[in-house]
Design a protein around this ligand. Structure first.
Ligand SMILES: [Zn+2]
Length: 154
């Protein structure tokens, strides 16, 4: 792509020390590191969000955010997980994929009225743009993102 990307950042919690880090998504090839503990921040996989970190993540992320509301005991969530893993790896830099453990984060689960799991919610600039409950196929996931447009020519 030759278009200059302006303001393409994601904010994520370090999986090791939970510090929120703002990452320049145009430079993920440089292997971003946590500003606090120095360990790598890997955006090629879903990153955990919690009641404490979700607002900071949504506020500080310019690209669409896909949140997977799941629970460890949920069978369908285990079917959904590899689909999301692939999606996160292939769309890294363009989409931020985060996972919400609904058992451990009841406030967020209530706030977004998540009643079935898995539930996928797509946010853009902090606002909910799309939602699906239950296991969905990769094509449907891509379509959810397409519906939050505008997607530039590629
Ligand atoms: Zn850290």
């Amino acid at each position: 792509m030759s278009v200059t990307e302006v303001g393409k950042h994601a904010t994520v919690a370090c999986p090791f020390c939970a510090t929120l880090n703002r990452v320049d998504l145009t430079r993920i090839a440089d292997r971003p590191k946590c500003g606090s503990c120095g360990r790598p921040i890997l955006l090629d996989r879903p990153i955990a969000v919690t009641d404490a970190t979700l607002d900071g993540v949504l506020k500080g992320t310019d690209v669409p955010v896909v949140m997977d509301g799941y629970a460890d005991w949920c069978g369908p969530c285990k079917i959904m997980a590899p689909i999301l893993d692939d999606f996160a790896r292939q769309r890294q830099g363009d989409v931020l994929v985060v996972k919400l453990d609904t058992d451990r984060n009841p406030a967020t689960t209530r706030r977004f009225n998540i009643r079935a799991i898995p539930t996928l919610i797509v946010f853009r600039h902090g606002s909910e743009m799309a939602r699906r409950a239950g296991v969905i196929r990769r094509q449907e996931l891509d379509a959810m993102l397409g519906s939050v447009g505008p997607v530039g020519p590629s």
